[in-house]
Design a protein around this ligand. Structure first.
Ligand code: G6P
Length: 608
């Protein structure tokens, strides 16, 4: 989604801004731009192509102060006129992430005051509004604060003025923004990865904060305008963790990083002899003792992780669990039970709908909140009482892979801890589960060996327009995740169904042109699944079955079997995810799509 970079220094910042934008490309965007201040003038350079094109256009530019942006269109089509930065009277320039809800009303007022709008964006009102206060004699900080007081909605902004070569203003409410601290130079960014080549020392702005930044220093103010001090943190990320390391795409690299990511996520548990609630935070034991139900809130792939967890939590821990799409829950009138544990799952920890759902749950009286998240400094982590960090490392590919499997591992730990607390897990069972968890990274490694076979199989999907994924029980959400991966990056329409539901509709779609992919673990539902697959075969459907050892499936006419290792019990969904990720990757690769940056999608969805 949209990305912001800004810099103020005693050297040319144009290369820093462009490099920062390149490092934010993974978030997804459709235009990019930069505004530079030099010699009392503001120059705006934009492009609707890749950042590389913007780099060519800005090759000759030099400046010691500038702001830059990658835009993911919300208001107005992707075009040069709608690209950020937006300017007012050639005097003030603004970059903005988020959505201003009252922009239409403000636009009417500003037009009446004589401002001429040159874009369809909500952002342009911010530029004119700041300018209108600035023109009345306020300083740039005061003008920005006055403008922000008139905005309704979400924003992270960077602001510069043509006649203020040593002043960069930024602010956030509802969208992430941080300040980077260098030696005699400062930076702003929506995502720390943009700044790693210049600094790892960062200050995360809190909700409503405004910063006044020069090359030499900075001052922070809270919503009320009072000076505040926020801690300087050293980011745990480094440059190596966001490079390709010889892989062709980040998605391929991240698929292969899963054994290590899982080992890291499970490290503290696997090195100990027993499970303790403390892994979720000091207050976890007391909170879990009060809990009589779970409500999981998440979006996209993270929602699928929650759906798997529901099977585990009810079956192993005996705790009622429901799972809701965050964007639905936040607007639904629901019956709140304060003894319910609210679990949010999010790779980024910044997804606007998940964050809003969490706050909505709190407003309904829910006290117990737990975040499962991959980004330690994120808003969702900060706003939850309990947390478990997945330690997948930065995930750059838009299609989530290692974040998903580490979320599953974290949710399995939650299940075991709750089961133990409820007296549903005896010592022998606990040790058996710990043993299985220790073995998980090497089990995933073994499944990754299927890669060449799956790359070959993918050739059969390249010319297809539709695909149907089937699974049952714990593996139905895995079928959903397989379908999501395929549609996200190969643009093949894919749907997933619980296999038992086939005859209630989707069977009508089955013919030779509709590949049917089945997730076939050797579990209690295997024979039921086999009957469902016969229904497909009898209608001439082409079946691709990912089958555990000893499931007695045999390849034959219209029946392709990919052999998985032995059944992994409750952890089987994690193993069965891997071949579906690889299938989507190789189909996309052969179709020649932009695997890591699929069209129209964004990595971190910070707007509603
Ligand atoms: C976007 C990403 C998905 C992700 C979803 C939720 O749509 O492209 O990969 O699953 O957001 O993101 P979160 O960071 O909250 O897990």
């Amino acid at each position: 989604m949209c990305g912001i970079v800004g810099a103020i220094a005693r050297r040319n910042v144009a290369p820093i801004l462009l490099q920062g934008l390149e490092r934010l490309e993974y978030r997804g965007y459709d235009s990019a731009g930069v505004a530079l201040v030099s010699d009392g003038r503001l120059s705006r350079i934009v492009s609707t192509g890749r950042v590389a094109e913007l780099r060519e256009r800005a090759a000759a530019a030099t400046s010691e102060l500038g702001i830059a942006h990658t835009r993911w269109a919300t208001h107005g089509v992707p075009s040069e006129r709608n690209a950020h930065p937006h300017m007012s009277s050639e005097h003030v320039a603004v970059v903005h992430n988020g959505i201003i809800e009252n922009y239409e009303e403000l636009r009417v007022n500003l037009t009446a005051a004589g401002y001429v709008f040159t874009s369809d964006t909500d952002t342009e009102v911010i530029a004119h509004l700041i300018h209108s206060h600035y023109a009345r004699g306020n300083g740039l900080l005061a003008a920005t604060q006055a403008a922000l007081a008139e905005l309704i909605g979400a924003y992270a902004i960077g602001v510069v003025a043509a006649d203020q070569p040593d002043l960069l203003i930024c602010a956030r409410r509802g969208s992430p923004l941080l300040l980077g601290i260098g030696e005699g130079e400062h930076f702003i960014a929506s995502d720390v990865s943009a700044l790693l080549p210049v600094t790892q020392r960062v200050v995360y702005l809190e909700e409503g904060d405004v910063a006044e930044i020069s090359a030499a220093g900075y001052r922070l103010f809270d919503t009320a305008g009072n000076p505040v001090i926020r801690p300087v943190q050293v980011s745990q990320l480094n440059d190596a963790s966001v490079s390709l390391n010889g892989y062709r795409h980040y998605m391929q690299k991240e698929i292969h990083e899963q054994p290590e990511a899982l080992a890291n996520t499970l490290e503290s548990v696997c090195n100990s002899q027993s499970l303790v609630p403390g892994i979720f935070g000091a207050e976890a034991a007391a909170a879990f003792a009060e809990v009589d139900g779970i409500l999981i809130l998440a979006c996209g792939t993270s929602h699928h992780a929650g759906m798997v967890a529901r099977y585990w939590l009810e079956e192993i821990a005996g705790i009622p669990c429901s799972v809701e799409i965050a964007s639905e829950y936040r607007y639904r009138i629901s019956v709140a039970n304060p003894r319910t544990l609210i679990v949010t799952i999010s790779q980024s920890g910044e997804t606007a709908d998940t964050l809003a759902a969490l706050n909505y749950a709190k407003s309904l009286g829910h006290q117990h909140t737990l975040a499962i998240c991959n980004v330690p400094e994120s808003a969702i982590i900060r706003q939850s009482k309990l947390r478990l960090l997945t330690r997948a490392g930065p995930e750059i590919g838009v299609a989530s892979t290692k974040a998903f499997t580490t979320q599953l591992a974290a949710l399995f730990l939650l299940t075991l801890v709750l089961a133990k607390q409820c007296g549903k897990l005896d010592a022998a069972q606990e040790q058996r589960h710990l043993h299985d968890l220790r073995h998980l990274p090497s089990a995933v490694q073994a499944v990754l060996k299927l890669e060449p076979e799956i790359a070959k199989l993918a050739e059969q999907f390249v010319n297809k327009h539709h695909a149907l994924f089937l699974g049952r029980g714990l593996h139905y959400p895995i079928a959903l995740e397989g379908a999501l991966k395929l549609k996200e990056i190969s643009y093949i329409h894919a749907e997933a169904y619980p296999a038992g539901e086939l005859k209630h509709g989707p069977l009508a779609l089955v013919d030779k042109e509709m590949p049917v992919i089945a997730v076939a673990p050797n579990d209690a539902l295997l024979e039921k699944l086999k009957s469902n697959l016969q229904e497909v075969k009898a209608r001439g459907g082409e079946l691709y079955v990912f089958a555990d050892a000893n499931t007695r499936f045999h390849s034959g006419d219209g029946f392709h079997v990919m052999q998985m290792p032995e059944h992994a019990g409750y952890l089987s969904p994690i193993l069965h995810t891997i071949p579906l990720q690889l299938l989507a990757y190789y189909v996309a690769l052969q179709k020649g799509t932009d695997v890591d940056k699929p069209r129209n999608l964004a990595k971190s969805v910070t707007v509603e």
